[in-house]
Write a protein that binds this ligand. Structure first.
Ligand code: SF4
Length: 104
């Protein structure tokens, strides 16, 4: 069965909408999300190629434990030697993780 799920483009933190197309529960492509308020169906080249992000084989990790480990590392560091850099090219998930890391 063909399904279309409205979601956010995973390629950066701008927050453009995109539709993910599934066939029998498997992701088979992406499609413009024309009614999304941020980008009205206009995705940049990274967004149009974001199918690659969805098709990557991600390992299941305990994100909370991972964030806790990084926080411990940061807490043991001299704060004057720590710099946090992020950009518009970070994904929403990366920005959220950076916020968690920086909030120690
Ligand atoms: S990668 Fe492009 S389409 Fe995707 S959120 Fe960023 S600007 Fe929008």
């Amino acid at each position: 069965m063909l399904e279309i799920k409205h979601t956010l483009c995973p390629s950066c933190s701008v927050g453009c909408g995109i539709n993910v197309v599934l066939y029998d529960g498997e992701i088979v492509g992406t499609f413009l999300y024309k009614r999304h308020p941020v980008n009205a169906g206009k995705n940049c080249l990274n967004g149009r190629n974001s199918i690659d992000c969805y098709l990557n084989k991600f390992e299941n990790v305990d994100v909370e434990a991972l964030i806790g480990d990084v926080k411990k590392e940061l807490q043991s560091a001299d704060a004057s030697n720590v710099t946090v850099i992020c950009s518009g090219n970070n994904t929403i998930e990366e920005i959220e993780a950076i916020k968690n890391f920086a909030d120690y």
